[in-house]
Design a protein around this ligand. Structure first.
Ligand SMILES: [Fe+2]
Ligand SMILES: [Fe+2]
Length: 234
């Protein structure tokens, strides 16, 4: 009986590896619908004692959307796009007990999750390191890392912030950002912030989080040799 179980597991693993090698990689939508992932992110917004911003599924879906848009506009290759989307899905999975050490916890969770999902070691390592260092794109660890940081930091409009964040200098400006859209025009990447009349650009651009976004976009423009411009429109 034990031999049968071992044989079944061996065949299953070999099939997964073969499918992965011929590029039948797991569908990221299946990971997004995975009960374990849904369950985990459903508790994350409740875990933070004084949450200023969301880290649950709504945030993840917006980061995935940002990652997909960036990859499409910059004509990023299929594999890098796939790895960036998976990193986006898993990047805050370790925030189940609040934001403290959540990057390291998310990296450990991702490492185990990707192993169980039969990702190859090289791909898993790229995703895990991008997640471990998603606070900043400096120093850059590669395109997946830079894209993840950009996609994450671009989620800073009014849908991200919670009422407890309205009193935090810098962050409170997010409540006046209605939408953030990405557009490619004449080989230039435009990040268009639609803001309300109360928006204070100086306060927002001096906020440490915004500086991290600018830094990540700067790394992206260096890597992809594309100019990025941030535009604020009332
Ligand atoms: Fe995070
Ligand atoms: Fe995040």
């Amino acid at each position: 009986m034990a031999t049968h179980a071992w044989l079944f597991s061996y065949i299953k693993q070999t099939l997964h590896t073969m499918l992965y090698m011929i590029n039948c990689k797991p569908d990221y939508k299946k990971i997004l619908q995975d009960r374990q992932i849904l369950e985990l992110y459903s508790h994350i917004d409740d875990a933070e004692k004084a949450p200023w911003a969301k880290h649950g599924m709504e945030h993840i879906l917006r980061v995935v959307k940002n990652a997909k848009t960036l990859c499409k506009l910059l004509k990023i290759d299929k594999n890098t796009t796939f790895l960036t989307i998976i990193a986006s899905i898993l990047h805050d999975a370790g925030a189940t007990e609040g934001k403290k050490n959540h990057r390291e916890k998310s990296a450990i969770f991702a490492q185990n999750y990707l192993k169980n999902a039969h990702f190859n070691e090289t791909d898993a390592q790229i995703i895990v390191e991008a997640i471990r260092h998603h606070a900043s794109a400096n120093p850059p660890l590669g395109l997946v890392h830079i894209l993840l940081v950009c996609a994450d930091k671009l989620d800073c409009s009014q849908s991200r912030i919670l009422p407890s964040g309205y009193g935090v200098v810098g962050m409170r400006q997010s409540q006046f950002i209605k939408t953030i859209k990405l557009k490619m025009k004449s080989e230039k990447l435009f990040i268009l912030f639609k803001v309300s009349p109360h928006f204070d650009k100086t306060e927002f651009t001096n906020y440490y989080f915004t500086k991290l976004l600018y830094e990540a976009l700067d790394q992206l423009s260096k890597q992809k040799r594309v100019n990025c411009e941030i535009v604020f429109k009332r």
